[in-house]
Design a protein around this ligand. Structure first.
Ligand code: AMP
Length: 141
């Protein structure tokens, strides 16, 4: 499948549609997942085109991983999560639904089971309040 430059994440990078941003640098963007699997679920993307791990430039993967580590630390601290799941899907059969490379940061809690992947939307105000906590944790590093 050819990379679609109008996929939803590419449009976020270009500022054509909004996202609840927690971090941005020259190469990457991190924002709240609108259908989170647990409170604090955050996504990290490289800014350059690439559908999956297989067709992305190594430099883009490296930049995204660097940001994933940084943001995952902040998410874990902000939510006092005892565990953190980092996932990345390649292809529809693997569960990929947006075809621009991205890494999921999903806090894992002792008592909670994960919500289904990409199914249930959470209110934007709730996500914004979670983003505030993550941004604060990032500033504290
Ligand atoms: P994947 O299924 O691995 O491709 O993950 C795509 C993720 O993007 C899912 O977890 C969706 O909940 C999430 N998602 C879809 N649209 C948006 C959006 N507009 N803003 C934030 N997250 C989104």
């Amino acid at each position: 499948m050819a990379y679609d430059p109008n996929n939803i994440f590419a449009r976020m990078v270009r500022g054509e549609i909004p996202c609840i941003k927690v971090y941005e640098d020259a190469d990457t963007l991190a924002f709240m997942d609108i259908m989170p699997q647990s409170p604090g679920h955050t996504l990290v993307i490289p800014k350059v085109a690439g559908e999956s791990l297989f067709d992305s430039e190594p430099a883009a993967v490296l930049a995204a991983m660097r940001t994933t580590q940084r943001v995952a630390r902040a998410v874990a601290r902000a939510f006092e999560a005892p565990g953190t799941i980092v996932t990345q899907f390649n292809g529809p059969v693997a569960g990929q639904t947006v075809f621009h490379l991205h890494f999921h940061i999903i806090p894992a809690y002792v008592s909670g089971t994960l919500r289904p992947h990409a199914r249930e939307r959470v209110d934007g105000a709730v996500l914004e309040s979670q983003a505030v906590r993550i941004r604060a944790a990032l500033l504290a590093t």
